[in-house]
Design a protein around this ligand. Structure first.
Ligand SMILES: Cc1cc2nc3c(=O)[nH]c(=O)nc-3n(C[C@H](O)[C@H](O)[C@H](O)COP(=O)(O)OP(=O)(O)OC[C@H]3O[C@@H](n4cnc5c(N)ncnc54)[C@H](O)[C@@H]3O)c2cc1C
Length: 345
């Protein structure tokens, strides 16, 4: 386990924002991860578990405690033609190389989740999703350390309480440390049914049809690049935490109040999802709208970006301005998707 003091956190996040960690422990195995968190808890030390830093906004003051940087690697595969593939990933496995491997090995069901940064341990936290797929559709179980009960617990998918950008792990922030994630995949060269209209159009198939999984991956990567949603250190539009706000879920009555041309996606439980990007755009915040060195992406209003040299405080101010502007225009309060450490929006 590598220990360092006063470590700048900005370079460990995709927003490249945030002050120093008082102490940083880089853990390379499950045993080290458990020991680091247990020891810090026993010492009454605040703990922040950090994966790829692609879904966090850390305050300029940094973190006055122990940051546990998860770098535990390992992939375990059990595959046969009858039951498909059961694949267990240690929390520190990088996500997108795994998606690439899944497509190559004909493991079906995560091809539309191509190009998402970060590590495997974080994907169950907010039930990572994009282009019509969510990890909850293929996760079989999540092994975690419960800091309240001081024991390792494995949750079957049904017990993870997955919902849109939500899970039991996110509902009780900090309680569970994800140690590994097990996926169950069907085998095949074709993708899962394409569930997203824009992706189906790009692939030239009907929504609900399948396409070659490799083609789905390429199409998703192309769509994402066009929106600045694939990391590129030379492109400030990707110095972000991805979508900064989740799409609001409204009651049918609330949805009826929206302008006629606002997007509405009926949900199975009778609620209606609308588009945060549409609300932001129509509330008067155009692409590139800036507040100092913090700005909306020039490719996509939903990403708040660091143009270089921004402070976390500037980004928080921009987020508040956008949230308040949308609330004033439509009476809807946007919720931030990234985890904000040491500040609040
Ligand atoms: C350009 C870009 C595009 C993105 N596109 C998408 C997208 O399409 N869909 C989507 O859902 N997300 C997207 N994201 C957000 C982000 O990539 C995902 O949420 C990703 O899963 C975060 O992984 P991470 O390892 O970077 O997590 P981190 O940012 O390191 O951590 C995020 C949160 O999870 C916690 N955490 C991390 N690892 C663990 C662990 N092992 N145990 C317990 N808690 C842990 C952290 O404490 C923190 O609260 C995007 C981000 C960027 C920058």
């Amino acid at each position: 386990m590598r220990e360092r003091s006063d470590v700048p956190l900005a370079p460990l996040t995709t927003l490249r924002l945030g002050g120093p960690a008082r102490r940083l422990l880089e853990v390379a195995s499950e045993a080290e991860l458990l020991a680091a968190v247990r020891d810090a808890d026993a010492a009454g030390e605040p703990v922040l578990v950090l994966g790829g830093g692609s879904n966090v906004l850390i305050a300029d003051d940094g973190f006055a405690g122990t940051v546990v940087l998860v770098r535990a690697r390992g992939v375990d595969v059990e595959a046969d033609a009858c039951s498909g593939a059961m694949v267990t990933l240690a929390a520190g496995e990088p996500w997108d190389p795994f998606v690439e491997r899944a497509v190559r090995e004909h493991w079906v069901g995560i091809e539309a989740l191509s190009g998402i940064p970060g590590l495997a341990g974080a994907v169950p936290i907010q039930n990572v999703g994009a282009y019509g797929q969510e990890v909850s559709q293929t996760i079989a179980g999540v092994r975690s350390y419960d800091r309240v009960e001081d024991r390792v617990r494995t949750f079957a998918a049904a017990d993870c309480d997955f919902a849109y950008r939500m899970s039991r792990f996110k509902r009780e922030p900090g309680r569970f440390v994800v140690v590994s994630v097990t996926f169950q995949f069907a085998l095949g060269e074709l993708s899962a049914p394409v569930a997203y209209a824009e992706l189906a159009r790009r692939l030239g198939v009907e929504q609900g049809e399948r396409a070659k999984a490799a083609d789905v991956r390429e199409a998703v990567l192309a769509l994402r690049r066009g929106k600045g949603m694939v990391l590129d250190e030379h492109d400030h539009d990707t110095w972000s935490a991805g979508s900064f706000f989740t799409n609001p879920i409204l009651t049918a009555d609330e949805a009826a109040e929206l302008p006629d041309d606002a997007p509405r996606f009926a949900q199975p439980d009778g609620t209606v999802k609308t588009s945060a990007a549409w609300l932001i755009d129509h509330a008067g915040f155009e692409k590139g709208y800036a507040r100092g060195a913090a700005a909306l992406s020039t490719k996509h209003v939903l990403a708040l970006t660091n143009r270089g040299g921004a402070s976390a405080a500037e980004l928080v101010d921009l987020a508040r301005e956008v949230r308040d502007g949308v609330r004033a225009a439509y009476g809807i309060t946007l919720r931030n998707e990234p985890v904000v450490v040491g500040a609040s929006i």
